[in-house]
Structures are given as C-alpha cells and as structure tokens.
Design a protein around this ligand. Structure first.
Ligand code: HEM
Length: 146
C-alpha cells in the first residue's frame, strides 16, 4: 500500500505534465494568435486542476503517513537541513509543489473571471508557466521508484 502510493504519485506526473504542456500550448497560441477559448480549453484546464489536486492529496498522505521525512524533520531539523538529499525530500519538493499547485488553481480561477478570450488565455499561460518551472525545478526522481 505504502509503496503503491509512491508509485501512483510517481506515475501520475506523466499524465499531469503532458496535460500541462497541452494547456500551455493552447494558451500561448490562443493568446498570441487571437483565437477563441473553446470547450477543449475548459475541459483540459479543469483536468489539469483536478489532477494537480489529486497529486497534492497523494503527496500530503505520503509526506505525513508514509515517508520518514516529516518525522526526521521534527526529530533533527538541523541534520535534515544540512543534507541536500533530505532537505529536498523533507522541505523543497513538498513546499515547491504546493506553491505550484496553488498557482495552477489561481490561474484557472482568475481566468474564469476575465471577460475576453485573450485575457483568459494570457492568465492561464502566465500562472501555468511559472508553475511548470517550479515543478521541473524540484522533481525528486525522474525514473521509477527504487
Ligand atoms: C505537481 C505535483 C507533484 C509532482 C509532479 C510530484 C512528483 C513526485 C515524484 C516523481 C516523486 C518520486 C517518487 C519516487 O519515485 O520515489 C515524489 C515523491 C514525493 N513527493 Fe511529490 N510530487 C508532487 C507534489 C507533492 C506534494 C504537494 C507533496 C507534499 C505535500 C509531495 C510529497 C512527496 C513526498 C513526501 C515524496 C517521497 C519522497 C521520498 O520519500 O523519497 N509531492 N513526488
């Protein structure tokens, strides 16, 4: 159960990242090419937020109930912080991913309030680009769980 949660969390990224790239592609081409915001944009934007929330939920469960990092942080904060591998797992990855997911959510919520399609695309494009850069900057393992 524990290791399957980590496996699902690992693999879900390969669904989330392509959808994120697709949303970005549609947003930039819609914004810069003056296209109209279509059903597919609404659907993929919703799917991206939903998957990001699922990844957040899994990450929180892994963080507090499966992985040792939260306990280690409480028992020896200094040791965790002084080692780059454990600092990444205990602080940098979780915190950066939470910020990225909040940005994805904000981008979508703000875009819904815009009254023209270019403004919708622009809002999603900017927030999602920052979120993608944050996600790529703090990935733990580019392969399968070891
Ligand atoms: C877009 C969001 C996220 C992505 C793409 C992502 C991706 C990953 C990946 C690929 C791993 C490596 C799993 C492995 O093979 O060992 C991982 C591990 C982990 N993630 Fe995430 N994650 C995300 C969000 C989160 C969040 C929000 C949290 C916590 C609040 C979190 C907590 C963790 C923890 C605790 C581990 C296990 C670290 C370890 O024990 O080595 N993740 N994540």
């Amino acid at each position: 159960m524990d290791s399957s949660l980590i496996l699902i969390h690992n693999l879900l990224r390969w669904i989330l990242l392509p959808i994120m790239l697709f949303v970005l592609y549609r947003s930039y081409s819609g914004w810069l090419g003056n296209k109209s915001y279509e059903k597919v944009d609404k659907a993929t934007g919703g799917a991206l937020v939903g998957l990001a929330h699922l990844q957040l939920l899994l990450g929180l469960v892994i963080y507090f109930a499966v992985s040792p990092w939260f306990d280690l942080l409480k028992s020896d904060f200094g040791a965790v912080m002084s080692d780059s591998v454990s600092r990444m797992r205990a602080i940098e990855h979780p915190l950066t991913m939470i910020i990225a997911i909040v940005l994805i959510q904000i981008g979508r919520s703000f875009s819904k309030k815009k009254d023209n399609d270019q403004a919708k695309f622009k809002t999603v494009a900017i927030y999602t680009t920052i979120a993608l850069l944050l996600i790529l900057s703090r990935q733990i393992n580019w392969g399968l769980p070891t």
